[in-house]
Design a protein around this ligand. Structure first.
Ligand code: DMJ
Length: 466
């Protein structure tokens, strides 16, 4: 019902725009997608499908067929277009077998390639989506300008770990579906370079120069700027049917370094993952970092002898801390960042960190922890989140983020994020489903919660789900 409500309102007031503004009842376009539209449609496709909202899925599919225009001129974030649009289209294709999703994913994949035109092959954050028609030789399309650039605020034109390190899952599937190895090769460059470069204490800083292949700053975070890089290491290995041993080793080593240098316990006994700035710890955890409970649990299964229980315990402790960040607020929703200093534990201390924008990471970890332990507390915690969302984020025309989780009469931010439909509602649904709905043995979720099949021979997973 929550999904139907979110979709119906988007459809009524904002169809074809990227996101719904539920208070003003209009659409939001934003500047991340380089002229592409319908982010919510593409992000919602697989959720509508698995929830068996058949009529709504057909509405979304029809929009993709008739109105999803890839012939756009604009500057797009490689990361955002990849995780939302390519991930969403690929998942919709694998779940339904409908060709339209595959062809749009491949066409869009080609448009992202200019971002990789750098001296190292590490992509920059932004790419020009303009394409020129080439005729019949080779690819039909080719980048017109070959232009790419970095975020204005990223130090010294650097590329961001969580952006160039969050391409593997989708790009491997683009190669699989097109028969063109180039996508996989482009995405794999980062592993080659990251393996070569020296890592301070075994940690991966968040900023790397796409020109020299060296670190630009020593800021390490398992939250924003770093997060999905680690997620894609373990998931690349799982998606390869446990064949990509390089990705597994990178994950194991990274987690060991994170545990050694960043994992701390508060005076009140809460385990958290701090951030690291050139050797100095910042005792802060972002909401984004809360995905790590689920990731560590997913990897624990495959940890070396004697480590499995250790990592399951760590995953449970981190998930518990993230739940505490929800439980200690008046709305029972968690802040954007919470701290463990100045006598505070698991609460925001700065006004600017008190907001909640319908993010999924905490319920994502509940879903993995439930599937991997069947401890009923994870369903109870998920249900607490459902009630809080209904109470504080549901408005007349959709769901909205809130500006302060520490007041029971919060102001709304007037934005129904597309990831609310792609991730938050999907993970909540899966938390209460049987384990064989998108089984973790057969599917990996990209960082926007779009399921991609594990590469069992001939992608058997697709057939079994259909
Ligand atoms: C999503 O777009 C993805 O999960 C991404 O990896 C990080 N953050 C948002 C949701 O919070």
């Amino acid at each position: 019902q929550m999904m139907k409500f979110a979709w119906d309102n988007y459809k009524q007031y904002a169809l074809g725009k990227n996101e719904l503004r539920p208070l003003t009842k209009n659409g939001h376009i934003g500047n991340m997608f380089g002229g592409l539209r319908g982010a919510t449609v593409v992000d919602a496709l697989d959720t509508l499908y698995i929830m068996e909202l058949e009529e709504e899925f057909q509405e979304a599919k029809k929009w993709v067929e008739k109105s999803f225009d890839l012939n756009v001129n604009g500057e797009a974030s490689l990361f955002e277009v990849n995780i939302r649009y390519i991930g969403g289209l690929l998942a919709a294709y694998y779940l339904t077998g409908e060709e339209v999703f595959k062809s749009k994913a491949l066409e869009l994949g080609e448009k992202l390639l200019p971002a990789f035109n750098t001296p190292t092959g590490i992509p920059r954050g932004w790419s020009d989506l303009r394409l020129c028609l080439l005729g019949n030789e080779g690819s039909l399309f080719s980048p017109c300008s070959g232009m790419s650039w970095s975020w204005g605020w990223a130090s010294a034109g650097s590329s961001i770990l969580a952006e160039f390190g969050t391409l593997h899952l989708e790009f491997l599937h683009l190669s699989e579906l097109s028969g063109n190895p180039m996508f996989a090769e482009k995405a794999s460059t980062s592993h080659l370079i990251l393996n070569r470069v020296e890592k301070p204490q075994g940690l991966y800083p968040n900023f790397l120069s796409p020109v020299t292949g060296n670190w630009v700053q020593h800021h390490v975070s398992i939250g924003g700027l770093g997060d999905s890089f680690y997620e894609y290491l373990i998931k690349s290995w799982l998606m390869s049917d446990k064949k990509d041993s390089e990705a597994k080793k990178m994950y194991d080593d990274a987690l060991e370094a994170i545990e050694k240098h960043l994992v701390k316990k508060s005076a009140g006994g809460l385990t958290y993952i701090a951030e690291w700035r050139g050797g100095v710890l910042d005792h802060k955890m972002g909401h984004l970092a809360c995905f790590s409970g689920g990731m560590i649990a997913l990897g624990a299964e495959h940890a070396g002898e004697g480590r499995k229980q250790h990592y399951m315990d760590l995953a449970a402790e981190i998930t518990n801390t993230c739940h505490e960040s929800y439980a200690r607020s008046d709305t029972k929703l968690g802040p954007e960042a919470f701290r463990f200093d100045t006598g505070t534990e698991a609460m925001a201390t700065r006004l600017s960190e008190r907001y909640y924008i319908l993010r999924p990471e905490v319920v994502e970890s509940y879903m993995y922890m439930w599937r991997l332990t069947h401890d009923p507390k994870y369903r109870q915690w998920g249900w607490e989140a459902v009630k809080a969302l209904e109470k504080h984020c549901r408005v007349e025309a959709g769901f909205s983020g809130i500006r302060d989780v520490y007041t029971t009469t919060p102001t709304h931010d007037n934005m129904q994020q597309s990831f609310f439909l792609a991730e938050t509602l999907k993970y909540l649904y899966l938390l209460f489903c049987e384990d064989d709905v998108l089984s973790l043995d057969d599917w990996v979720f990209n960082t926007e919660a779009h399921p991609l099949p594990v590469n069992h021979t001939n992608f058997k997973a697709k057939a079994s789900v259909q």
